[in-house]
Design a protein. Structure first.
Ligand SMILES: Cc1ncc(COP(=O)(O)O)c(C=O)c1O
Length: 391
């Protein structure tokens, strides 16, 4: 590179990534092919509109790229193009959720989602997010005793409050989500069911987590977490008389965005192809196996694992334990000093604030990409325990 300053920083970051154990639950390590597509000359092209319907000329090749991404996304999740529509243009997860609500929920309508402190995302109606300002948020929490979703409690609120849309699929929830139960709740109050599968989409693709598609009206996923693609998002909506497909496409452009990032869409298409291979099925299963072992070993060493374990790539660990341990922020800092990267996180009913919470969130996607297996997780748990208990 001619720009030596940026070149040096890229190298520094590459070195940092190589030198640490990465347990950030929302990160992964993409293939060289994904990187090649991201850094390709597709970035030079403006392509406002959709394949065959572009505003600018010269989009013949880009149309093929986007059409391939669409076909691969549908195939990966075993969806019929007659039943599901996918828009592959959203720039990331937050604007994708925003676009979906904008398309399907009248302004001022009610969005029901999990509270941030229980594991929901900012864009599920957090009062500080525009999704909690332009729409009325109805926030539910996890059951304090079991630390899992209480479907009856959610149903009670939903039937009383009649939300327009219910969001299922979260940011820091380790367990399987019962999409059938969420469908029943949505039907009981006349709401749409939107599944945000950003965290576990790769596990769904690899057959290691239940698919939300038989139950949802719409599904959003980022492509950069368990799916192991570029920083991006895609949105699926049911194709039927409600015309969600047309409403969504119109909201993406001209409603919210301009030119799509076709280099990123190409990189997502590469990731979809990679995720459709038999090796990816093995990978997804190993991600869950690794998370289960890591959770179990940490629990054996005396740590409080929220909900008692995990069914996914994600572990929520209470490091504070009512004052018997250390705050999540300190735990994260101590681990980072020793070369293990995690993020501090609130735990259900957290007695401490979100900026200095009681726990940390762990995930096994990146380290499983690096080939780590169960035995490595056992060693990692011992190492983490020592670091966290050191004075
Ligand atoms: C469940 C969920 N939805 C949406 C997002 C937002 O994605 P992005 O950071 O790409 O805006 C995240 C990111 O952490 C997430 O976990």
């Amino acid at each position: 590179m001619k720009d030596k300053q940026i070149e040096k920083l890229i190298k520094e970051e590459e070195k940092r990534q190589k030198s640490v154990v990465n347990l950030i639950a929302s990160e992964n390590i993409v293939s060289d092919d994904v990187l090649k597509a991201l850094g390709s000359k597709l970035t030079n092209k403006y392509a406002e509109g959709y394949p065959g319907r572009r505003y600018y000329g010269g989009n013949g090749v880009v149309d093929k790229v986007e059409s391939l991404a669409i076909a691969r996304a549908l195939k990966l999740f075993k969806l019929k193009p007659t039943e599901w529509h996918v828009n592959v243009q959203p720039l990331s997860g937050s604007p994708a959720n925003f676009a979906l609500y904008s398309a399907l929920v009248p302004l001022g309508g009610k969005i029901m989602g999990m509270k941030l402190s229980s594991g929901g995302h900012l864009t599920h109606g957090y009062p500080g997010s525009m999704t909690g300002k332009l729409w009325k948020p109805l926030q539910f929490e996890l059951d304090k005793k079991t630390e899992v979703i209480d479907y009856d409690a959610i149903k009670k609120i939903a039937v009383e409050e009649k939300p327009n849309i219910i969001v299922a699929g979260f940011t820091a929830y380790p367990r399987v989500v019962d999409f059938k139960k969420f469908r029943e709740i949505a039907d009981a109050c006349g709401a749409l069911l939107h599944v945000d599968m950003s965290h576990f989409a790769g596990l769904v693709a690899g057959g290691a987590y239940p698919s939300p598609f038989p139950y949802a009206d719409s599904v959003m996923t980022t492509t950069h977490k368990s799916l192991r693609g570029p920083r991006h998002a895609i949105l699926f909506v049911k194709k039927d008389a409600r015309e969600f497909d047309k409403k969504l496409d119109k909201m993406i452009i001209p409603g919210l965005f301009g030119g799509p990032h076709e280099n990123t869409i190409a990189a997502a298409a590469v990731a979809f192809l990679e995720a459709s291979k038999p090796e990816f099925k093995k990978y997804a299963k190993q991600v869950v196996k690794n998370a289960r072992v890591l959770a179990k070993e940490l629990q054996k060493l005396g740590w409080h694992i929220i909900s008692g374990g995990t069914d996914s790539h994600l572990i929520l660990m209470d490091t504070w334990m009512d004052g018997k341990g250390i705050p999540g922020k300190d735990a994260s800092a101590k681990l980072e000093k020793a070369g293990i990267i995690v993020n501090m996180n609130t735990i259900p009913g957290d007695p401490r604030g979100p900026m200095d919470p009681s726990g940390i969130r762990l995930g096994t996607c990146a380290e499983t990409t690096r080939g780590k297996k169960e035995a490595d997780m056992v060693k990692l748990a011992v190492r983490m325990d020592k670091i966290l208990r050191a004075k």
